[in-house]
Design a protein around this ligand. Structure first.
Ligand code: FMN
Length: 318
């Protein structure tokens, strides 16, 4: 299944692992890239040294292309991070919350492509004007920071706005090959998948997270500012319910993020050994597609399933 995305990224299948903070560490990134998809490290909660160590682990395990997602909200000079990525062979930098022009220029000088997450048409146009190479059209169904426009409405509008200039990747609520077929039909060049890849043996997680994803229904998420100060789709729980009921104003990012850390409700970047995680209060980003996820599936196998199911869906349509 070749598209402009597989060409530009030099991969076999148009399936990208979302750079999920706290989840997309070396093991799952390697599994996706090795299977012919595109693995992307979620470095937002890592800090420089952990990011470098995770990149080194990926590079040691595979010679396939991979990228790094940094959210860009972290204060400070990003030059050191971007240079470290390029030095170690990452081919793509993903900006979750906007990307400064000087960072784009630096990435291009270092032969890295720049991907920007977009929840509105005007964000996609601005990203392309600024020099981004690929746009992810992320609908509100998505887990994590998210906007208000649904994937089905957003993707073709972004395709029409910028699709002649750059590949567009669909995201938000995408969990199997029917979505890949639909995304291609809407004019996208591939899919960017988050929540489905949390439910893999390779994904990093705190205690109870994968179990909650397997048990969730499609309406068990809420968009809240409780954990980061920005609108973020997470599993609804006691902490989000208390926040919404209190009528409290969220502190602007990163103040609310720090508050949720202090409240003991945010261990993003932790693993199964992280102490004091209460799964009924913890920060667990998840998308609406999670209602369909009922078992852990190895990440590489998932990449193959996406492609096989998409081909079957397209064949059914003749
Ligand atoms: C646990 C989790 C963490 C995320 N962290 C980030 C992040 O650090 N940077 C980013 O660009 N997007 C992040 N996202 C959003 C994803 O990149 C992606 O757009 C989203 O998961 C797609 O929707 P889906 O979860 O329905 O597949 C995160 C999503 C989840 C579920």
């Amino acid at each position: 299944m070749r598209t402009r995305l597989t060409e530009i990224l030099d991969i076999e299948h148009p399936v990208m692992l979302a750079g999920m903070g706290g989840v997309s560490y070396a093991e799952v990134v390697t599994a996706v890239s090795e299977a012919g998809g595109f693995g992307c490290l979620g470095a937002s909660a890592m800090g420089h040294d952990v990011m470098v160590a995770e990149i080194d682990k990926v590079r040691a395990a595979t010679d396939k292309p991979f990228g790094v997602d940094l959210l860009t909200a972290a204060p400070g000079d990003m030059t050191r991070d971007v240079n470290a990525m390029a030095d170690r062979g990452a081919t793509v930098f993903v900006a979750g919350l906007g990307v400064p022009r000087d960072v784009i220029d630096l990435c291009h000088r270092r032969n890295m492509l720049v991907v920007n997450m977009c929840g509105k048409v005007r964000h996609a146009i601005a990203a392309v004007e600024a020099g981004c190479d690929i746009v992810v059209a992320q609908g509100t169904e998505a887990g994590g920071h998210t906007g208000t426009v649904a994937t089905f409405a957003l993707v073709p509008q972004i395709v029409d706005a910028v699709g002649e200039r750059v590949p567009v990747v669909a995201a938000g609520g995408i969990y199997d090959g029917r979505h890949l077929a639909a995304a291609l039909t809407l004019g996208a060049d591939g899919v960017w998948v988050g929540t489905r890849f949390i439910a893999t043996p390779e994904a990093r997680s705190v205690i109870g997270y994968k179990e909650k994803i397997l048990a969730m229904r499609e309406d068990d998420t809420v968009v809240t500012r409780a954990y980061t100060g920005k609108t973020c789709r997470v599993l609804r729980n006691d902490y989000t319910n208390e926040f919404e009921a209190s009528g409290e104003q969220a502190k602007p990012f990163p103040g609310q993020y720090i508050k949720s850390l202090q409240d003991g409700a945010n261990h993003l970047g932790g693993d199964l050994d992280t102490p004091d995680v209460d799964p009924d209060r913890e920060f667990m980003p998840a998308g609406q597609g999670g209602g369909a996820i009922t078992e852990l599936v190895p990440a590489g196998e998932l990449v193959g399933c996406f492609v096989a199911e998409a081909e079957a869906a397209l064949a059914r349509l003749g």
